[in-house]
Design a protein around this ligand. Sequence first.
Ligand code: 3PG
Length: 391
Amino acid sequence: MARRASFYVRYYAHMKKLRDIPHLEGVPVLVRAALNVPVAHGIVTNTFRLRSALPTIEYLREHRAKVILIGHIGDTGTETLLPVFEAMKEYIPDIRFCDAVTGTKVRQAVRELNPGDVLMLENLRRDTGEKKNDHAFALSLASIADVFVQDSFDVCHRSHASVIGIPAFLKSYAGLELELEINELAKARNPKHPALAIIGGAKFSTKEPVLHALIKKYDIVFVGGALANDFMKAKGQSVGTSLVSSTDSSTLSELTESKKIMLPKDYIVGPVGSERSTEHHGPVTAVLSNEAILDAGPVTSLELAQLVAQARIILWNGPLGNYEKGFTDATEGLARAIASSSAYSIVGGGDTIAAIEKLGLGDRISFISTGGGAMLDFLATGTLPGIEALR
Ligand code: 3PG
């Protein structure tokens, strides 16, 4: 165990960090931050990622740098970061906004910055060069600053211009949040025993690599949410009209045969588009062909609570039911159980964080990751393209 921990210390020793920047007074610093937050009706509904970006921004302000915040929101590039800018005003009242990503407007806005000022640029994905890691786009972003700080762990699994392109042109450093994520998730890759991992949500293909990694290191890997439907289907059990991935069940065989994988024992099921009044609870074998699985049932919740109470480390990513549609009981029950356990707990994923924050349990979790896919990829491989770009 000690040998593995020292591997991480050596591996990341070559990554320059925020505190290694020799001179900051009056220096324009480009900071890639996790600004991709949920927005409803023009209002940010969860500020967890924004709050996580603050320590790096505050450090740079205290050292009198000129801070230029860049980030993305949404997938397609049609969305604006304006609601994020408005939400950020709560923490940085004098923050400024420029409604462009590159060009004259941006250069002018950067010229007007005084030491300690903070400027946010528009959604990077407005420019198609971001996702393509276009050389000229990365260069034009790099040209407005003297130093680059990568603090957007959530996007470090993407080979985009603001992740792997800019470090080719600018001296680049890991921000405080990125450094924290690496240190904390390294602990989850080398768990103390008994070690319990809980992976829920959907999209089997994005979670398959982490499941393979976890069954090698954890004592129990509990699979919940829509992911569990794929396992049931692969075992020939009925899942009715439940959400399943288009996965070929042969790729699941190693996982379904693993004695470490645990699946829910019972479910809340109901007709498609079910409201709470029409659902019922039953064992996994009793899902009818016209029913969908909506949440894990009470027997499963009890069993999970017992496993949580025995574990020394708990890793959790992804809800146990259709959380967005209001089937929140099993997920929130698990959040409460983890919050009251004495285990070291590491949690990530949008709905998972939403449940924890809704219940006000954030300060009873040892570490909450800002990453969704990035957290899973880091756990699977121990690094990410955005981290490698800093080494
Ligand atoms: C996330 O929310 O997982 C990250 O911000 C990455 O966003 P993306 O999946 O749109 O690349």
